[in-house]
Design a protein. Sequence first.
Length: 465
Amino acid sequence: MPVNTLAPGQLRAEFARRLSEMYGREVPAYTTLVEVSRAVNTEVLQRSGADAERLGSITRVTAERHGAIRVGTPEELHQVARIFGALGMHPVGFYDLRDAAASAVPVISTAFRPIEAEELAHNPFRVFTSMLTPADPRFFTSELRAELEAFLARRRLFGPELLELADRAEHDRQLCETDAERFLELAVGAFELSTEPVDKRWYETLEQVSAVAADIGGVTSTHINHLTPRVLDIDALYQRMSERGIEMIDAIQGPPRWNGPDVLRRQTSFRALAEPRRMRAPDGTVSTGALRVRFGEVEARGIALTRNGRARYDRLLEEYGDAPEPEVWQRNFPATERGLLEEDLAYFTYRLRADRPRDSRPPANLAGLLDEGWVRAEPIVYEDFLPRSAAGIFQSNLSGKGTRDNSRAATEYDLDWLSSVIDRDIQDPFTGYERQQNTSIAEIARQLGISEDLVPNTSTERKHG
Ligand code: OOG
Ligand code: NI
């Protein structure tokens, strides 16, 4: 009898499901958040019908989560990349949060996620993954750096069996059921909150520098920091959570609510309650203390912006601050998907329409094809993160500000450096969207027998057409 095997996509979906179960046990407010998100999504679906699924099927959105984890060293990040590799999750994007927040957030990050459209549709689970930067002298003195690095070098986050199974899964692109079961159990377990007592003196030493540094380097294990469901109406969710007595941070971060297409992403969060953690005092006695580092977050996702669109978005934030008014948006962004498309501000997948004309020749430009009913343009959903909101989320959930000595020069890190650390290519976020759009254009051109290049920027073609 053939042995049942699980492919990376199945492993990923199952990992996300189990992680969610585990996190729900650890942080009960997360379960409330998931319930409220589900209720809001059902309502939006009833209210808007097919439009609600324009940026992903309801099945996808219901299961959709992103997690956040934080590790201490390049070696640990390298191992994390192997585990996510087994799940068909690849590093995309480089985020440097060290200067993005007023509080001390001494980390650089990437996101592990599926890349192919089918894989994203199957289960888009992604993990924002941050690595501590002990070498940055703005945060750490050389003495503290040495002590921190020695501490990190002594701990082991992921055991050999887990890593061996991960490598095999990635190499074979599958695991048999028995191995999959073991792999998932070990992988989920690696992100569970440890019951190992926290060294109180060491934790507090790091906390003075940065609460994030303490959360990462003050303990001997790692844990999932938050797990975030996706909601189709984040304003409704915000209100509903507040009514339930859960105190949200005072803003929804990202673009404002307005009467045009949703772009990029919006997110908001609540601070988790203090969690009981065992603490070891310098005299060796162990008692139960409390730490407040984990939180609940929810996100809404919109259309992926092109480089042009993103530049415009970044310019708006620069000019108007992190929370521009809807009126600002109104003046600066087209209020329709077609407008975004014509100004080359957002990405779309082009598909032939079943009801296209049969008795004429197709025009050889996208605007004509759209106008005359040959093709339709479906928005591509934004799958990544935003550095400013990420820093904002870190910051809004920290108790102390920590310290950053700006008179010292930052240690430089970039995408290539991080890529060499994990020994894998880190994809530029724009590449995937662009490829998906261009592939779909090439495909309709082929199907229609149009040999000319169909460039996505239709506005110029219009003027001449
Ligand atoms: C990650 C913060 C970034 C988001 O949604 O922007 C993030 C963290 O707190 O470790 O998850
Ligand atoms: Ni998050």
